[in-house]
Design a binder for this molecule. Structure first.
Ligand SMILES: Cc1ncc(COP(=O)(O)O)c(C=O)c1O
Length: 410
């Protein structure tokens, strides 16, 4: 068991929290109904606009914060704009897209879930096909057995599938909706995408975007974030679904004065302000996105070097590989859980496990949040040691050297 030095948290979220953010949160709790708190809210909300890619105002997206996790954000995104029994189109291409669809089913919506391979992205073709076929005939699984064919009220997409390391092109999803003439609401899970890869709420005409604090925003878990577009806000006014905690209307109303209808995650919001200053005002979002691409390139170069020992990228299309994490498929006969346990116990390196049906099959290397080249190199060195000591006879340093080369060139 590693007992000294810094533990390496290289799961694809929660991510490392920079000391600056920890210090920003290390303070007495303040009155969330007082003027200091109102000033904090009024600083945070405008800084969230660029992160979601919205100009804000009546025609743009409105950020909404809840104490909660990404799972809560799923529920909030659904219950504010969809009525019980509404028909939804969803795709199953990893653990989180499957869980998002399951959340909708649990809430009483009629979900057509199109199965894709885990490792694929949702493409414009997939979506156009499903919209054309009503998603019934082309292999989709009807969740309720009902035969009524009302038009889809919403399409659910997970931008970055954190279980597979695949990034879906949301612009292409929007093009497919437009091409099919669908007026379904576009609801995008950006939990592990936000602040790590571009998100363009206005340009892609996303109706509801949702995220969590613990990934690209470099905060501890505990804040669920939504951004509601103008159409979604309008639909929410009439939406008959019973809701209370996740009802965004009182939040939008009280936010205008800098307050919340119930107790917000006060200290996390001090951390959020610091994170937004770092990302938006200091490093700059374009530089943040470029850094994620660069670091991902190093990890992919390492994986390419390991391929001769049977390791592969679960992401099938090189153009859709995630800048946030890489899901590394193990060679035959190697259980990824064993490698992950060894990395943690022997080297203090935390890697992501395979989720759902790919448990034991992949390990996930997170390369998001507060991270740099040397940390990636250290991580890859640890992965190589753990693989080698778990029975993969790779050449030590092969992946590390490939990543170094990638960083040298870029
Ligand atoms: C893409 C995606 N959606 C949703 C979730 C669920 O978020 P949480 O675990 O914060 O509830 C996660 C968590 O990792 C995720 O990666």
């Amino acid at each position: 068991m590693m007992t000294s030095g810094r533990p390496f948290l290289q799961i694809p979220g929660p991510t490392n929290v920079p000391d600056r953010i920890l210090r920003a949160m290390d303070r007495p709790v303040i009155d969330h109904r007082g003027p200091e708190f109102a000033a904090l809210t009024k600083q945070i909300l405008p800084l969230l606009g660029p992160v979601f890619g919205t100009r804000g105002g009546p025609d743009g997206g409105a950020p909404i914060l809840f104490p909660g996790s990404g799972t809560g954000a799923w529920e909030a995104a659904l219950v504010n704009v969809l009525a019980p029994g509404d028909r939804i189109l969803a795709f199953n291409y990893g653990h989180f897209s499957a869980q998002f669809a399951q959340t909708a089913r649990n809430l009483g919506y009629e979900v057509d879930e199109v199965p894709l391979r885990w490792g694929q992205a949702v493409t414009q073709d997939d979506l156009e096909c499903s919209l054309r076929d009503g998603a019934g005939e082309a292999g989709a699984r009807r969740s309720t057995g009902q035969t009524a064919r009302q038009p889809y009220k919403a399409v659910l997409v997970v931008q970055n599938e954190t279980s597979t390391g695949v990034l879906t092109d949301v612009a292409a999803v929007r093009r497919a909706l437009d091409a099919a003439g669908s007026d379904a609401l576009l609801i995008v899970d950006a939990v592990s995408a936000l602040a790590s890869t571009p998100f363009r709420m206005d340009e892609w005409r996303v109706d509801v975007a949702l995220a969590g604090s613990q990934k690209g925003l470099m905060l501890p878990p505990g804040v669920a974030l939504l951004c509601a577009g103008p159409r979604a806000r309008q639909v929410a006014e009439q939406c008959p679904t019973p809701r209370h905690y996740w009802d965004w209307r009182p939040i939008l109303r009280d936010n205008a004065a800098g307050f919340f209808p119930y107790t917000p995650a006060t200290l996390l919001l001090f951390g959020l302000r610091e994170a937004l200053v770092m990302l938006v005002e200091e490093e700059g979002l374009d530089a943040v996105f470029a850094r994620h691409e660069r670091l991902a390139g190093g990890v992919r170069a390492a994986l390419a070097a390991w391929e001769r020992w049977g390791l592969t990228n679960l992401c099938e299309d090189p153009d859709r590989c995630s800048p946030v994490l890489t899901a590394v498929k193990m060679p035959d006969g190697i259980d990824s859980d064993v490698v992950i346990r060894h990395a943690r116990e022997r080297f203090g390196l935390s890697l992501g496990v395979g989720l759902g049906r790919i448990k034991g099959v992949v390990l996930r290397i997170g390369h998001l949040g507060a991270l740099n080249e040397l940390e990636v190199i250290g991580t890859l060195g640890g992965v190589e040691l753990a693989l080698r000591e778990s029975g993969v006879p790779l050449d030590l340093g092969s992946g590390v050297a490939a990543a170094q080369q990638a960083f040298l060139k870029s």
